[in-house]
Design a protein around this ligand. Sequence first.
Ligand code: PLP
Length: 396
Amino acid sequence: MFVYLDHTATTPTSPEVLQAMTPYFGEIFGNPSSVYSFSKKSREAISKARQQVANALNANSDEIYFTGSGTEADNWALKGTLEKGKIAGKNHIITTAIEHHAILHTCEYLKKVEGAEVTYLPVDSEGFVSVDDVRKAITDKTALVSVMFANNEVGTIEPVAEIGALCREMKIPFHTDAVQAAAHLKIDVKAMNIDMLSMSAHKMYGPKGVGALYMRKGLRPENFVHGGAQEHGRRASTENIAGIVGFGAAMEILQTRLADDAAINSARRDRLIAGILERIPHAKLNGATGNHRLPNNINFSFIGVEGETLLLDLDAKGISASTGSACSSESLDPSHVLLALGLKHEMAHGSLRFTIGRLTDDSQIDYVLDVLPEIVARRRAMSPLWEDYMKSQEGK
Ligand code: PLP
């Protein structure tokens, strides 16, 4: 049995999206920048996709800029805004300790190379940022606030609308990394006072290698990719037309099923969570509960076992899961997100993330609930950490 439970790492391109993209690999190949009429179809396809993405966010189409990935959109928002801010003497960024590395490593770069000052806001034990902490961190040097919409490891949904309202009141640009959130939640950039928002197509059944940055009209961060005049002169390089068309189609399809998918996913999520808590002693659910958690996210720590070991055992049973961020899969460091939630190192090492989606059905949830307790019990039986833990519990 093949059970794919890593929809947060990536999703397959859906057949409808692939169908929409196909002509742009073959017969409609004109460079959108060329003047002859043959290229008109390529230009029109990009305009349509821009409108599709804009509609989903309640944005205007000229506020959507396609990029090569969610990571590039994050880099652009941060580097472009800081460079612009520096001209006005503003070099301070406020972000959080639980951002994706696309934000955290960009902030480290800006500190090192541009002399930026960065405030990393803490989160509480469920992963929530406090709006009051954002307010207190703002100074007259603050160029940007960047707080993720929803966390990719534990699924906590941040109070984005409140932070947006605060930043608008304080006249500070507000960016949110919505790479995960946009695949599951209804987003209204106007109502939520969002100035910039990053997205990625491959998290929502679109193709890899295409993302977008929403930038509110009037906001002019410096360009990030320099060259030709594509994307209204703000992001150079010949457009990935098939990818952009796929992104637009994926986003449009997503909107028609967002509410139904959220209901189905959250029911399966809650059944898996309840089943694990019932069958595996000393299992700790990481992150928030109910509506404050992405509908597809399940993240547990199992005292006494390493997440990496569990991944291999699950893989041997045909189950693809993760310990957290896709980008940290090559590192054995404990998750920075779980450490920020206050977990001890050994618990942060023992985490396991299941993310459900369109490839999931109920029988797969049952299968995980069948095999996981035995795997955890077997690994614990061999673990000195577990033995120590059980001794520490004696007499409690
Ligand atoms: N931001 C978040 C929250 C993510 O989860 C990811 C990918 O996992 C990214 C950014 C990077 O997106 P991309 O893979 O399109 O570069």
